[in-house]
Write a new protein. Structure first.
Lengths: 112, 115
């Protein structure tokens, strides 16, 4: 059965800290890995990764994928209170059809 | 460009009733997926529709059904509601399934409470 695992499930840090969120997966017919940010409303898309070793960056956020070891990390540097959210990792697969499997999410709280 | 819209935003129903939720995708997006999100189970895939056809279905009982109209708008229906159906129901749209881009855009969700 396809599954996506995230760790930690929750995390509390102080402003300015750097955090690393982990996502590992076991799926058949991997196509892509996606990261979303959810702040008490609809998840918003952050990154899509399809190739190993190529870092994607957006401001203070960055992510990288390791397709050999089947994991991805999401880094957030110089955290701000506005980074407080649930970060969802999802994996896109394709057999006869494509689907997306979500992990449980990591709840990040950034305190001043 | 307007985002994904869902109606209603909040709903309270009693056990045994049925409910219909609506989703309008981003203009030009032809694929609509539905997800259920609960604190215990996280975000779980319900089904996806494209060109008025269900392409994919998650592991949910037959009480959960959906459809898509020719204008890509989609509805999902839950019959014989149970307390465990209380959840945030999210709709997501993307341009066309099967492309490399799995970038989905989510709507604000419908918060369903079953009492």
């Amino acid at each position: 059965e396809d599954k996506v695992v995230q760790s930690p499930l929750s995390l509390v840090v102080h402003e300015g800290d750097t955090v690393t969120l982990n996502c590992s997966y076991e799926v058949t017919n991997f196509r892509s890995l996606l990261w979303y940010k959810q702040e008490k409303k609809a998840p918003t898309f952050l990154f899509m990764l399809t190739s190993s070793g190529i870092e994607k960056k957006s401001g203070r956020l960055s992510s990288i994928l390791d397709k050999k070891e089947l994991f991805s990390i999401l880094n957030i540097t110089a955290t701000q209170t506005g980074d407080s959210a649930v970060y969802l990792c999802a994996v896109g697969t394709k057999t006869s059809y494509d689907k997306v499997i979500f992990g449980p999410g990591t709840s990040l709280s950034v305190i001043p | 460009k307007a985002g994904v819209t869902q109606t209603p935003r909040y709903l309270i129903k009693t056990r045994g009733q049925q409910v219909t939720l609506s989703c309008s995708p981003i203009s030009g997006h032809r694929s609509v997926s539905w997800y259920q999100q609960t604190p215990g189970q996280g975000l779980q895939f319900l089904f996806e529709y494209f060109s008025e056809t269900q392409r994919n279905k998650g592991n949910f009982p037959g009480r959960f059904s959906g459809r898509q109209f020719s204008n890509s708008r989609s509805e999902m229906n839950v019959s014989t509601l149970e307390l465990g159906d209380s959840a945030l129901y999210l709709c997501a749209s993307r341009i066309v399934p099967g492309q490399e881009i799995y970038e989905q855009y989510f709507g604000p969700g419908t918060r369903l409470t079953v009492t």
